[in-house]
Design a protein around this ligand. Sequence first.
Ligand code: ATP
Length: 231
Amino acid sequence: MPSLIAENLTYSYSSKIKPALSKVSLKLEQGTLTALVGPNGAGKSTLLSLLQGSSKPNQGEITVDGKPLRNNRSQVALMPQRGKLNWNFPITVEGLVSLGRVNHSKSTCCELEAALQRVGISHLAKRRLDALSGGQQQRALLAKTLMNPAKIFLLDEPCSAFDPPAKEDFLLIIRQLADSGFTVFVSSHDWGTSLNAYDKVVALDKIILASGSPQEVQEKLSSINYLRWKL
Ligand SMILES: Nc1ncnc2c1ncn2[C@@H]1O[C@H](COP(=O)(O)OP(=O)(O)OP(=O)(O)O)[C@@H](O)[C@H]1O
């Protein structure tokens, strides 16, 4: 059953420039892990911000469980790109993660501990954020996002700070999230074999280039010679 459907989304930052996204349609099924791939400037972050509802499309519709997104925004949470955060802010890991509670209501110890456990950093709860590695910081940011009682998680380039083993560990964490019923949509620059860890791949470059299983998308992109001239 699809939990999020986007139909014909078009979005321009200004009427004077070409649209960042044109007629983008996709379906995210409940309990699946989907990759969103595309080169720099393809519109990945723009699409995620539309799907989260922080920007509105110029044209097109987004529904969550059959209702317009505007009536169901609490079901969708976005983890921003790491570049959007000040990692030197003087805060502990548990302080950061607690901020993820919606409306900043007081989080219970259980919720906090569950989020830290899900991403495997309970032992770092009292550490300062600026004393962590880039990969540990990304896990802390995911734990903060998971404090949100949403069921659709949009992750904007979460693997950018990871070395290959850490990336594999992170993929396992998000796979477990999907297997426990959450819908997870992850933007990435990685067109390599790690795409095989996903149920589905959406390739974007202002329009949807291809969508389907990792193999189907790789085949489609090579048939249009996209990978050769673009990447
Ligand atoms: N605030 C903005 N104002 C004007 N144009 C913008 C703005 N944000 C993004 N753009 C433009 O929209 C297009 C899509 O940008 P976006 O950040 O969504 O791409 P992306 O695929 O996430 O890129 P990257 O992989 O580099 O993060 C780019 O041409 C970008 O320059």
